[in-house]
Design a protein around this ligand. Structure first.
Ligand code: ATP
Ligand code: MG
Length: 395
């Protein structure tokens, strides 16, 4: 038994000893029954947040207003949430206010999918109130209750359905799929942050192509800010890729509206770099300059994107170029800026950059040796040709 599972049982035991009901719930039980690697452990109980707090040494009030307290044991986190039922749903979003519920049944019927409402007690007994075991055995995602109502209440559940398909390799039950197809447009009511969270998880999951195909077939992909073509491309690619490559493809194919999406700044910079490498290398070999400017990691990510566009892998070439790069930074040139400025006419300061860039390019392509004398001579030659071009009216 894993340490987290053992510690979780101790928490259930402590709650039970104090007279409360307590069960493992959600992803942990689902993944345990599927014999999969499990993530964080969620516990559901009729103890109120204050009562939970009183029973354990280290408790963080992570979502006290929503009934969630995090118990920390041996460095591991356990989310303990008091039974609750949702109150009103405002504008198809998960409610901001909650009410505590008296019974486990009430708590379970507010959950999204049958396979996400299975609970397990401290002795390993499973309680199944909505036919989740059967759906688990048949690898089927089905909402609890009327799917149209459940998606209408909280439209994010539609995207969660695709996310679980991608994670679990499940298919979608017919009624659930039908309701989703009819209500897909409601996804626009959901905040972009919550959409992104789910998409990142989806793009990280092993069976994403299957979920993406369903997103295209149900037209959900177009409802999601018009990224139909991008999602289609991602859905038919056999390439192994992650969130960064996936978002890069969406950007290259459809353009991502950066005023709408709230992607982290570093992530956006990476997307732009990948796009620019892709433009240069989609139909041409990778160059030493690409490796010099963007580094091996980024080039390999761009290579993955190129492969999603149907190109052959250039991984070997990238690795070879990386190993054999003559220089790794401008400072590795023994003759550069300050010295170039000495030979450049005072009224032509912009020549400095032009000469430096040309030297860099030639060294990287092994057209000139990275040695002071050779570089100086080359700089003079470049200067001459700059002057000639200017005289001929080309500059
Ligand atoms: P994972 O292992 O990927 O975290 P999970 O099932 O634990 O999967 P969470 O997003 O962590 O998913 O949610 C925990 C549980 O809370 C779910 O299993 C489900 O029972 C319930 N839940 C979460 N979001 C919703 C929602 N929007 N509507 C209804 N129930 C939800
Ligand atoms: Mg979870």
């Amino acid at each position: 038994m894993k340490k987290s599972h053992r510690l979780g049982i101790e928490i259930l035991q402590t709650l039970n000893n104090a007279g409360y009901e307590a069960y493992f719930v959600g992803g942990f039980v689902r993944d345990y029954l599927l014999r999969r690697e499990t993530g964080d452990i969620d516990i559901t109980t009729n103890a109120r947040p204050d009562e939970v707090e009183a029973l354990f040494d280290k408790v963080v009030a992570t979502g006290k207003a929503f009934g969630t307290m995090t118990i920390v044991q041996e460095g591991l986190h356990f989310e303990v949430t008091t039974y609750r039922r949702e109150t009103t749903y405002d504008n198809h979003r998960h409610p901001d206010s909650i009410r505590f519920a008296k019974t486990l049944e009430e708590d379970l019927s507010r959950r999204d999918f049958t396979v996400n409402q299975l609970v397990m007690d401290k002795d390993g007994n499973i309680h199944d109130h909505h036919g989740g075991r059967d759906d688990l055995d048949n690898k089927r995602l089905r909402t609890i209750g009327d799917p149209a109502e459940r998606f209408y209440e909280d439209a994010l559940r539609m995207l969660r359905a695709f996310r679980f398909m991608a994670k679990l390799d499940f298919s979608m039950e017919e009624e659930t799929r039908k309701a989703l197809t009819e209500q897909k447009h409601l996804i626009r009511k959901i905040s972009i942050e919550r959409i992104q969270d789910e998409l990142f998880k989806l793009f990280d999951a092993p069976n994403k192509q299957k979920a993406l195909k369903a997103m295209v077939e149900t037209d959900f992909a177009s409802a999601l800010y018009g990224h139909e073509a991008g999602f289609r491309k991602l859905s038919i690619s056999p390439v192994i890729y992650g969130p960064l490559e996936a978002f890069s493809v969406l950007h290259i194919v459809d353009g991502i509206d950066l005023t709408l999406w709230r992607l982290p700044k570093k992530f956006v910079e990476a997307i732009k770099e990948i796009e620019s490498i892709h433009m240069q290398t989609d139909r041409e070999p990778f160059t030493p300059e690409a490796l010099f400017h963007f580094g091996e990691k980024r080039c390999l990510q761009a290579d993955t994107v190129n492969r999603i566009f149907g190109r052959k892998s250039q991984k070997k070439r990238i690795e070879h170029l990386e190993k054999t790069l003559p220089i790794r930074k401008v400072h590795d040139l023994p003759y550069r800026g300050a010295e170039i400025s000495k030979i450049v006419p005072k009224d032509k300061p912009h020549y400095i950059r032009l000469i430096l860039d040309t030297l860099l390019k030639r060294v990287l392509n092994r057209e000139v040796e990275n040695e002071r004398g050779a570089l100086k001579e080359e700089a003079w030659r470049i200067l001459q040709s700059l002057k000639e071009s200017e005289n001929n009216g080309q500059l």
